[in-house]
Design a protein around this ligand. Structure first.
Ligand SMILES: *[C@@H]1O[C@H](CO)[C@@H](O)[C@H](O)[C@H]1NC(C)=O
Ligand SMILES: *[C@@H]1O[C@H](CO)[C@@H](O)[C@H](O)[C@H]1NC(C)=O
Ligand SMILES: *[C@@H]1O[C@H](CO)[C@@H](O)[C@H](O)[C@H]1NC(C)=O
Length: 432
């Protein structure tokens, strides 16, 4: 979302007499309650995190398939045993559905880098733990809230060692975004202004050799530091890159080709340094197909600077990303149905590209049960179209009575959407 960078989460109170569904009941270092409430079973998700789940879901989760992939691969979600599976032996004819699952795509160069198929189920954005100076206790609670919503992945801006260890101990993988189009917390314009001076078009960031070299140097420092960190699932090049910036205009010649070329160059650079992690853009996934869509703004991607389909074809990008804010994009009169179409259109492109795609930010700012009902409608579309996964904008926690920042989208553990997240998590897992 514009003002912020990224990340979401959810709940699980400490000190419960017995652990409710989705709550943590074990894992390395866990000192809390280990007895699950009636009808629930404590299921190990990984060595750091076990969770109370209803008996019906255990068959899915107790197949801790490890997937290690050594080459460019598409698929492997056909995994239903507990043995280690090499994708190369199971991917004879990858189906669109199989290849739209991230779990089978996690590259690996070391035997310790194993990813369970459950990671195809994504969820959560939270920019604030990394940026607002919270205590370790607060960060732990944030990740506990996130894990309690059924999330397996959280999207953050900058990595930090405590964030990573806390995410690890809660069984959460991280999607790390390397810079921001928007000017919040620094971003692209900071590079151009500091290196070249003010007044230049926003897209100078993608094309000026001095700026590109500086950005690559930063990327290299981060990526090399966390080269073997298996809590990081993927690197994202930037949050919401576009031709224009917050306070800087686009040059007359900028279009989606500029950002597609930049994404190809930077993603190839990251892959040359780091074969261990997935790479994606982190963009809004605008579609470049103006005419059939009657010039509907989000389908004018060529001019905005994003062509979802062209970007998905880049070899060194492992999955596609898109966002969805119909009420900010001029679709408020018909936001829910428009959103269903937006999800469906991306799933269609995903399927023909034979690559995964995730809706990694979306949200509505009204509150209460109406919002939960509307999200449920979108979640049904995610499930029915086979979209790889989704991350809601954004997670909220309450630390000793103080709420984390709320831009209107935050979901605290008491929100009706929190319960919906748990149900959606179960539906995504059940899909396999
Ligand atoms: C809440 O306050 C207690 C007592 O000051 C402190 O120990 C704890 O770390 C705080 N929790 C969070 C999440 O800030
Ligand atoms: C990028 O940021 C600028 C302002 O910083 C804003 O005008 C533009 O719409 C942003 N693009 C995206 C995709 O967020
Ligand atoms: C962007 O502009 C260049 C140069 O004018 C052109 O070759 C290219 O086709 C344009 N890309 C799109 C997506 O329209």
């Amino acid at each position: 979302m514009r003002r912020h960078v990224l990340l979401l989460a959810i709940l699980v109170g400490p000190a419960l007499a017995s652990v409710p569904e989705w709550g943590q009941c074990g894992g390395l270092g866990w000192t809390g309650e280990t007895d699950c409430a009636a009808g629930l079973v404590c299921i190990e998700q990984n060595e750091y995190y076990s969770q109370c789940l209803a008996g019906t879901t255990t068959t899915i989760i107790t197949t801790p398939t490890t997937v290690s992939i050594t080459s460019t691969v598409k698929s492997t979600t056909t995994v239903s045993t507990t043995s280690t599976v090499k994708s190369t032996t199971t991917s004879s004819a990858p189906t669109a559905t199989g290849s739209s699952r991230l779990g089978g795509l996690i590259p690996s160069t070391s035997s310790s880098h194993k990813v369970d198929v459950k990671y195809l189920h994504l969820r959560s954005n939270a920019y604030w733990p990394a940026l607002l100076g919270y205590s370790d206790a607060a960060i732990d609670q944030a990740f506990s809230d996130i894990a309690g919503s059924g999330a397996t992945v959280c999207r953050l801006t900058i990595p930090a060692d405590y964030l990573i260890s806390s995410a690890k101990s809660h069984g959460i993988k991280l999607l790390i975004t390397l810079t921001n189009n928007w000017s919040d917390f620094g971003g692209m314009d900071v590079y151009t202004v500091q290196l070249l001076g003010s007044g230049l078009p926003h897209d100078t960031f993608y094309t000026n050799p001095t700026v590109v070299a500086a950005y690559k140097a930063y990327v290299q420092a981060i990526v090399m530091r966390y080269l073997t960190e298996d809590t990081i699932m993927a690197w994202e090049l930037a949050n919401e890159p576009r031709c224009a910036g917050t306070s800087t205009a686009a040059s007359a010649t900028c279009n989606s080709t500029v950002i597609t070329n930049w994404a190809a160059e930077i993603s190839a650079y990251i892959k040359s340094l780091d074969p261990n992690h997935l790479v994606a853009i982190g963009d809004e996934g605008f579609i470049n197909d103006p005419l059939p869509h009657d010039y509907d703004y989000p389908y004018q991607g060529g001019g905005i600077g994003i062509d979802f389909e062209a970007n998905l074809a880049i070899d060194t990008l492992d999955f596609g990303t898109f966002h969805m804010y119909p009420d900010s994009w001029g679709e408020s009169g018909n936001d829910i149905a428009w959103g269903q179409q937006w999800i469906t259109d991306h799933a269609t492109i995903m399927t023909s590209a034979n690559k995964p795609a995730i809706m990694e930010e979306f949200g509505l700012t009204y509150t209460g049960t109406q919002r939960a009902d509307d999200y449920a409608t979108w979640y049904d579309t995610v499930i029915s179209t086979g979209l790889t996964g989704d991350l809601l904008w954004q997670a909220g926690s309450v630390f000793n009575g103080t709420e984390t920042p709320n831009d209107g989208y935050a979901i605290y553990p008491t929100d009706p959407v929190y319960t919906l997240l748990q149900q959606h998590a179960a539906a995504l897992k059940a899909r396999g």
